[in-house]
Design a protein around this ligand. Structure first.
Ligand code: ADP
Length: 482
């Protein structure tokens, strides 16, 4: 099964969030179930630099006249074959792949990411005579125009299937209609039955409308996005496509997230031998200037600081967390107001709260390894990876019951403790009172060390690997190709 994966980001080369983790892990996981996977990526500097002995596959002219070189070779850090679009005028920009230094989206993002979809459709129609995909799998709005371009290809001898995965419906890739006519799509595509969305061009809608099959990253989110509350205006379309919409829960890349073999944490540990976790906690407390206290419950946040993540609820219960003897460590970047609010709280209580504004992959590992609880109180969460990293590292997740959080975390209620299914703390209503009660449950369990250990061990043993998801994707590809 030849599969072309199309995405804007890929870990470890370029990452702004969970999309990159998935794009980086899926090729290997699919290869392990027998797929022949290649990836198509924009030519951002770290991606081009990782391409081993690249050759030129083609020089192409985009529909709006842009000249580009399509290079191919093996990505050294992922050991996967890649096609990379070398178009420096579009991609050779430092910093975020999507925004300028003032955090404004680049004004030519429509072209930058339309090109990704356009090149994908060229590969689907046989641009590489030596390798033509049976399935093109596009991820998120950046790659979504793939589905529209493919829908308007001339009939092919062997039909190529198009799968589109929504990692976050809230980021849609909306552009003014005047941009549409330069992208080389037929006028018919700019319609309600197409990619038009309230007078604008929506890349997300192109994916949802034209893909042969839509997946999203958890079963619960697949249901939620068909409701007006979480459908971001696209729930109607998603309801009409309900038979072609599947939720496949993401996995954890255990080559990267494994406390027994993690080179950046203070000491290795595993469920059967958790002693190293205490070392990690003491080391982090020491390094951050927190009181070095083994029995102070340490809470962690590793997150984009955006409204979605529900972190204002944490600010609302922070006094209570401290009053109960807890500590908090935060790593995140995003909204200036949230950055400031957390920084102020850290300045006021430096022995109990440590906040680092920024992005730091190694430090994220150290936080999961050191903390007792990972806080993920998101308003909505398509899948969420940090609660899964928390589980793997024995940092029990405390989450809002929504999306992938609801699919992966079971509350420490008495009955779930008795039934040996509990692995964290879950609150139902998205408000600070409900979070505060979940916090109280976390402190109550922490006061029972033997019980805590049992739950922690269960969390660390949970099967979160990619093989399950890869098997589901493969079954889907096979169904679409027959
Ligand atoms: P989202 O994709 O909405 O940001 P996910 O939980 O799916 O949320 O994935 C977030 C990913 O980004 C995880 O790998 C998490 O560890 C990482 N991450 C988020 N913020 C930071 C940060 N400030 N520094 C390092 N890693 C971060």
């Amino acid at each position: 099964m030849r599969v072309l994966q199309v995405s804007a980001e890929i870990f470890p080369l370029l990452k702004t969030g969970g999309l990159a983790d998935v794009a980086g892990a899926l090729p290997g996981a699919l290869a392990a179930v027998g797929c022949d996977v290649r990836v198509l990526l924009p030519g951002f500097a770290p991606i081009l630099a990782d391409l081993c002995t690249p050759t030129v596959l083609a020089e192409l002219t985009a529909p709006w006249g842009e000249i580009l070189v399509l290079r191919q070779g093996r990505l050294a850090s992922l050991n996967v074959w890649a096609y990379v679009i070398d178009a420096p005028a579009l991609y050779a920009r430092p910093g975020s792949p999507y925004e300028d230094a003032q955090r404004h989206p680049y004004t030519d993002n429509d072209r930058r990411f339309a090109l990704l979809g356009w090149v994908a459709s060229r590969l689907a129609s046989g641009l590489d005579a030596a390798w033509r995909p049976r399935v093109v799998h596009a991820h998120d709005w950046h790659a979504a125009l793939t589905c529209a371009y493919m829908a308007f290809l001339p009939p092919q001898r062997e039909r190529v299937a198009c799968v589109y995965t929504v990692h976050n419906l809230a980021y849609q890739g909306l552009f003014a209609p005047r941009h549409f006519f330069e992208l080389g799509l037929p006028a018919a595509a700019f319609a309600m039955d197409g990619l038009e969305f309230h007078g604008q061009m929506s890349f997300m809608k192109a994916g949802l409308f034209y893909a042969d099959h839509i997946t999203t990253v958890s079963p619960s989110y697949a249901r939620e996005i068909r409701t007006p509350e979480q459908g971001c205006g696209l729930d109607g379309l998603l309801r009409t496509r309900a038979d072609d919409l599947t939720g496949i829960l993401n996995g954890v890349d255990e080559a990267i997230w494994d406390p027994a073999h993690d080179p950046v944490i203070a000491a290795p540990f595993e469920a059967a031998n958790p002693a190293g976790k205490a070392c990690c906690k003491a080391a982090l407390q020491q390094e951050l200037g927190l009181v070095v206290q083994a029995d102070a419950p340490l809470f962690g946040i590793v997150s984009r600081l955006t409204e979605q993540k529900g972190l204002h609820l944490v600010l609302a219960v922070l006094d209570e967390l401290l009053a109960r003897g807890g500590q908090l460590v935060v790593l995140g970047a995003g909204d200036a107001a949230l950055e400031l609010a957390f920084a102020e709280r850290a300045a006021a209580s430096p022995s109990s709260i440590a906040v680092r504004v920024g992005y730091d992959e190694s430090y994220a590992h150290q936080i999961f390894a050191a903390t007792d609880v990972t806080l993920v109180p998101s308003r909505f969460e398509p899948c969420g990876l940090t609660q899964m990293y928390g589980l793997k590292y024995g940092s029990l997740p405390l989450v809002h019951r929504v999306g992938g959080l609801a699919d992966t975390v079971v509350d420490c209620s008495l009955e779930d403790l008795a039934e040996e299914t509990a692995n964290g703390f879950v609150f139902e209503h998205f408000d600070s009172h409900a979070l505060s009660r979940a916090l109280a449950r976390a402190f109550a369990l922490y006061a029972l060390p033997a019980q805590w250990r049992l739950v922690q061990e269960r969390a660390m043993h949970q099967n979160l690997g990619w093989p399950r998801a890869a098997a589901q994707y493969l079954a889907l590809y096979q169904r679409l190709c027959h």
